[in-house]
Ligand binder design. Structure first.
Ligand code: GLN
Length: 447
């Protein structure tokens, strides 16, 4: 039986499962935490929302069955922004999660609890979901490896839907090799998810330590410069030098649509969210108001008003607006056209290079309460949202520390690769990890 250290001063876990049995299998030595928006028969699945307080799923997500069959020990559910909407894990009905490197700061989000559980070594790995950056951004803020696979690589069956065309389950680990071990188990076609990739599963493990020959790394001018904190630009320059020493060719590329990613994302994601979240009506499951209601509509309205938090309501209103008949063409349809252009821009870039390198975020972890204006919070995903819009894969790996704000705060490097180049992306990330020590650093609380 594996055990989990349960001192959780960071509020990473909503629920810790004691007496967890492990069985034989390739993941028998892994303790794995699960983001609370992935359905588990064991315990509750709340999505960090009062709407689903105490909700028990009658079924497991496909990833849960696959992990259990491979002998992994599942240790509990981690806190997240409500319905995975956010970049700080402050919008969680069970309180904010704290960054273990500096508890006055956020861990990133929306999968903040999963990132913290792995950064503090409370478990070896965790699952998260990434719709616009929710694995890679908290991984960068907490100094761990965070991987968002190509859309369709990992089954979404049992992942509570936020924006179905962007959502993807992925991993948090302390090494790229651990990512490969878990991917080998959770990736692969699932007949329960019609968007899962029917091609044979990639081999993530066998070649993980084999460097990629004639590696070409694209560095977009849009990812460098003034919007990034200086220590982040320095760490990226250092990472580029490391790859050069490993024999890579660096190619200057352009991704001019980087700037429109956030505005496109904030039309598409809320549109899908407003439709997906319509199921929480107080009738079928989830929170129901106890106040008396004069009719069915009032029951819906009161239940939803009480159950959802402020950020979720903002997204539902935004999404309903961009889908409404008068505005559909101007907003939703245009966003779909830009989505196609972003996809083509990446295709063009990947005709020149194997991976695209840049920072995961323009800043290191910010202060709790530091981004009350929603737009400034949204801008945190400027480098990650387009990955989901195009459906390609991306990974954040530790690449340095910033001392600019007093405490030592991790910096993440973001590598993106083309559709279904996930295994190759991990090999390229592994090359950097083998040449550096950043992934071994731990926050003071666990040294
Ligand atoms: N931060 C983004 C948002 O708030 C992305 C969230 C995610 O990837 N789940 O929507």
């Amino acid at each position: 039986m594996n055990s989990i250290q349960t001192t959780d001063t960071f509020n990473a876990f909503h629920e810790v499962w004691e007496d967890v049995d492990s069985s034989d299998g390739s993941l028998k030595d892994f303790t794995i935490a699960i983001k609370d928006n992935i359905a588990t028969k064991r315990g509750t699945t709340t999505c960090g929302s009062k709407m689903l307080e105490g909700y028990r799923s009658p079924f497991n997500a496909t990833v849960i069955d696959r992990l259990e069959n491979a002998g992994a020990t599942l240790v509990g559910k981690t806190n997240c922004d409500e319905f995975a909407m956010g970049s700080s894990t402050e919008h969680c009905a069970w309180g904010p999660v704290l960054n273990p490197w500096d508890t006055s700061r956020v861990p990133g989000g929306s999968s903040g609890g999963s990132a913290v559980a792995v950064a503090t070594r409370m478990c070896q790995a965790a699952l998260g979901s990434d719709t616009g950056g929710s694995i890679r951004q908290p991984a960068a803020f907490c100094g761990v490896v965070g991987f968002k696979p190509t859309y369709g690589t990992v089954s979404r069956y049992g992942l509570v839907a936020f924006a179905s065309s962007l959502d993807q389950i992925g991993t948090f680990t302390n090494s790229v090799e651990d990512t490969a071990c878990i991917m080998q188990i959770i990736a692969g076609y699932d007949e329960l998810d019609s968007t899962s990739n029917p091609e044979p599963t990639q081999n993530f493990i066998d070649d993980i330590h084999t460097p990629v020959d004639t590696l070409r790394i694209g560095v977009p001018s849009q990812y460098r410069g003034g919007n990034n904190e200086a220590p982040i630009n320095d760490a990226i320059t250092h990472a580029i030098d490391t790859y050069k020493e490993l024999g890579a060719t660096i190619i200057d590329i352009e991704l001019p649509l980087t700037d429109v990613g956030i505005s496109t994302y904030y039309v598409l994601a809320p549109a899908e969210a407003s439709s997906n979240l319509a199921r929480y009506d107080g009738i079928r499951y989830g929170h129901r108001t106890t106040e008396s209601c004069k009719d069915l509509f009032e029951l819906y309205a009161k239940s939803r008003a009480e159950g959802f938090g402020v950020e979720v309501k903002r997204r539902i209103m935004l999404g309903t607006y961009v889908l409404s008949s008068g505005y559909y063409d101007a907003y939703y349809k245009n966003a779909l056209k830009i989505r196609r252009l972003i996809f083509e821009e990446y295709q063009e870039a990947f005709s020149q290079c194997d991976v695209i390198l840049g920072p995961t975020t323009p800043t290191v972890a910010f202060k709790l309460g530091g981004k009350e204006d929603p737009i400034s919070m949204y801008l945190n995903d400027v480098y990650t949202a387009n990955t989901n819009i195009a459906g390609i894969c991306g990974i954040s790996i530790p690449c340095g520390f910033s001392k600019e704000h007093g405490s030592s705060l991790p910096i993440g490097m973001h590598l993106q690769a083309a559709w279904h180049d996930d295994a190759k992306l991990l090999r390229i990330a592994q090359m950097f990890e083998s040449a550096t020590e950043f992934h071994k650093a731990k926050p003071e609380c666990c040294s």
